[in-house]
Design a binder for this molecule. Structure first.
Ligand code: BGC
Length: 397
């Protein structure tokens, strides 16, 4: 990693070295997002140099603000590097775990904030068969392939362009994955659009096309802590997931194929409860994942438009998040494998359970599970997936 001191200084002090538009000072004014109301006041996206990869590729950081939300996206991995939201008193905090330099992301990141592709979560035995042909993938998680293999979409530099439509402000990210990359068939043209709406909602729209039959399952791997990243455990967050079933896993975290009922188990989040409430009750599935690391089968199924499925409230700050998606599943991961060895953007260390992910997607290992909704994409068809995160605050404790 050859990030220069000057680059790092520019990145950490927020000095925009290559503002794409007029407001170069935006990235250096951390209180602007907090001051803007939840009814608009967007600014054009700004771009700054965030670092340089070993091969000389430049990494940019883009800043977007609208409706009281400020979002920072890296061209490396399409990573959500920070997501700033006001609390019930109007105090802003970054609620997404991550690093303040590109080095952290390249060296050792458990997919903080990243776009995941071509396939979110695990594919058993690192192989699958499609139309009679077997494809071998890199095994990077025991015997399995995780999150697209050793160099997935999280480790690629994306083309980024600002995007604007009506009151929405956003970015369009593009990446072309060559036929055979990480073992997957077909040239996959992927477009991801990050949008902030005038109400401060974050919307992520994914599309992909292919020139050969393949499998696709894209998602975003942001770790949230609505009290602020680096503030400690997420166990007191109250979570609701509209899912009556989940997919239990074997000891390598591959779904067994069963769609088990959540009723009477720690997996029942149909009514809001603190994430930590049933974490220690010894359920064999919780022991297997060292916490929650499971796909929830959303009751609404696969839908053309995003439907509300999740709500989260953090009692101290009052920050709330609602998630609506087109996807049939969500991987709820309670940050179990954070182990106190990574120091985040705030300078504080992340321990197990200091962030949680809600990865809206198709089910893990679908290419090997005929009973699961299909993840096959064929030429002439377009893969589409959308997830909307709405933020707010509740009245008081
Ligand atoms: C997986 C976890 C994994 C984490 C970070 C999640 O999507 O389900 O098992 O540890 O990503 O890699």
């Amino acid at each position: 990693m050859t990030t220069s001191r000057r680059t790092l200084l520019a990145a950490t002090t927020g000095i925009a070295t290559a503002a794409a538009t007029t407001t170069a000072a935006t990235a250096a004014a951390p209180t602007t997002a907090a001051r803007s109301s939840r009814t608009g006041s967007h600014q054009p996206p700004t771009r700054e140099h965030f670092g340089t990869l070993d091969n000389g590729d430049r990494v940019d950081r883009w800043t977007l603000a609208n409706g009281g939300t400020r979002l920072r996206i890296l061209s490396y991995g399409g990573i959500v590097q920070s997501l700033e939201l006001p609390d019930r008193r109007g105090r802003t905090a970054n609620v997404s775990l991550g690093f303040d330099s590109v080095d952290g992301y390249v060296a050792d990141s458990p997919y903080f904030g990243a776009l995941i592709g071509r396939y979110g979560n695990r594919i058993a035995g690192a192989k699958f068969t499609l139309d009679g042909k077997t494809y071998q993938l890199p095994a990077n998680d025991g015997p399995n392939s995780l999150h697209g293999g050793t160099k997935g979409f999280d480790k690629r530099v994306w083309d980024v362009e600002p995007y604007r439509s009506g009151g929405d402000v956003g970015l369009t990210l593009r990446y072309v994955s060559k036929d055979g990359e990480m073992g997957y068939p077909g040239t996959l043209r992927t477009r991801v659009r990050y949008l902030l709406t005038p109400r401060g909602e974050l919307r992520i729209d994914y599309t992909a096309t292919t020139d050969k039959a393949t499998v696709v399952n894209l998602t975003n791997h942001t770790y949230f802590n609505l009290a602020g990243e680096g503030s400690g455990s997420i166990e007191s967050h109250r979570l609701r997931i509209a899912a009556s079933r989940y997919t239990p896993v074997d000891d390598t975290l591959i779904p067994t194929g069963e769609l088990a009922r959540v009723a009477g188990t720690p997996f029942d989040f149909r009514r809001a409860k603190p994430i930590g409430k049933d974490l220690r009750d010894g359920h064999p599935q919780i022991l297997r994942g060292q916490g929650f690391d499971h796909n929830f089968v959303l009751d609404k199924g696969l839908t053309e438009r995003p439907r509300p499925v999740i709500s989260v409230t953090e009692p101290e700050s009052g920050r709330t998040m609602r998630v609506a998606t087109t996807e049939p599943g969500v991987q709820f991961y309670s940050g179990n494998f954070l182990d106190g060895t990574l120091k985040g953007s705030s300078g504080r260390v992340y321990r197990a359970g200091d962030g949680f992910c809600l990865e809206t997607q198709h089910f893990p290992d679908s290419p090997n599970q005929p009973g699961f909704p299909s993840t096959v994409l064929r030429p002439g068809h377009t893969y589409r997936s959308s997830t909307v995160y709405s933020f707010g605050t509740d009245g008081g404790r």
